[in-house]
Design a protein around this ligand. Structure first.
Ligand code: PEP
Ligand code: MN
Length: 336
């Protein structure tokens, strides 16, 4: 249930409502918004009886939230969430953000060269993996701390905000010193203890869709982060597993307008993992933007064939420039 308060309600009125919710055995979560003050009731199993609540002073109305996800939905927050990372704004009507970089951070010299190149191509965030989840334990699993030092250098020397995957709660404090956005990979979307820790990390989280997660499961994973106190969440569609063998995953673009309709959270698309073949990345990036994606995560490299990981799906800098041109072209069409 969502309790809508009068626009000029007092702090005392809000705490009286919160106390009443607690006395009923539920947990109140305030939902700040530009146009209204609301309190979301959580922890209820069935419908909440609103008869007591609706009589309290300052309460305008009590709305039943029909979906299992509450804080991520537009029922609770009609306006788009805009996530701020340094000078970059993700979501709302802001220009679609392009995050790019190698799948894995490489030597410092190579990583810095890639970062300079993606920045020149128009990317405004750098994405590089320090800790890589790999199917085989014998494969390259990232340079770890060494890569974090390089990511910190990308940030300080080039001013590019940095996104990197976090695989466990223990790494959060160490990573927080070097990265601006924590990426939750597809395999960890339902790692609830990691989500609980990230809810308290104080930084934005880029939450990839699980490789076989339903829409609702994805939204509920985001709900863990929001209900734990982190409102700066970016959703990322990265393809799901299907019977198709012509691509690494099946990029489910149909979920993008669905997310835009149901949730206020920004949604971006990772066409690289979504297809797994570099020649299809630019067309699918264009399609993603055309259907409403608010950003792209692209694996790009100055010499893609030599990438430590995911070489087949990594595009060169010229292609990345093309993707940025497509973004600007489509933005122009939208305005016209
Ligand atoms: C990645 O971004 O390099 C990655 C491992 O992504 P995913 O979790 O989508 O497979
Ligand atoms: Mn990758």
């Amino acid at each position: 249930m969502l309790i809508i308060m009068e626009a000029n309600c007092t702090v005392a009125q809000v705490s009286a409502v919160e106390d009443c919710v607690r006395n009923m055995g539920y947990t109140p979560l305030p939902v700040p918004g530009p146009s209204r003050t609301a309190i979301c009731v959580t922890g209820n199993r069935g419908p909440v009886d609103s008869s007591l609540l609706s009589q309290l002073s300052g309460v305008v109305e009590c709305i039943r939230v029909t979906k299992p996800y509450k804080l991520v939905g537009r029922e609770v927050q009609p306006e788009d969430t805009v996530v701020r990372v340094g000078d970059v704004r993700i979501g709302g009507s802001n220009a679609a953000v392009v995050m790019a970089g190698p799948c894995s951070c490489e030597t410092e010299a190579r990583t810095m060269a890639i970062a300079r190149a993606v920045q020149k191509a128009g990317a405004t965030m750098f994405r590089g993996g320090a800790f890589k989840p790999r199917t085989s334990p014998y494969e390259f699993r990232g340079l770890g701390r060494e890569a974090l030092v390089t990511l910190a250098k990308v940030r300080s020397e080039l001013g590019l905000p940095v996104v990197s995957e976090v695989m466990d709660s223990e790494s959060i404090p160490m990573m927080a010193e070097c990265v601006d956005v924590f990426q939750v990979g597809t395999r960890n979307m339902q790692n609830f203890s990691l989500l609980n820790s990230l809810a308290k990390c104080g930084k934005p989280v880029l939450l990839k869709r699980g490789l076989s997660a339903s829409f609702e499961e994805w939204m509920m994973a985001a709900e863990y982060l929001l209900s734990g106190g982190n409102r700066n969440i970016i959703l990322c569609e990265r393809g799901i597993r299907t019977f198709s063998e012509h691509s690494r995953n099946t990029l489910d673009l149909n979920i993008v307008p669905m997310v835009r309709k149901v949730s206020h959270l920004p949604v971006i698309v990772d066409p690289s993992h979504g297809v797994g073949h570099r020649e299809r990345v630019r067309p699918m990036a264009r399609a993603a933007l055309a259907c409403g994606a608010q950003g792209l995560l692209v694996e790009a490299h100055t010499n893609p064939a030599t990438s430590y990981t995911d070489a087949d799906q990594t595009v060169d800098i010229k292609t990345l420039e093309g993707i940025v041109r497509d973004r600007d072209y489509l933005a122009g069409l939208e305005k016209a």
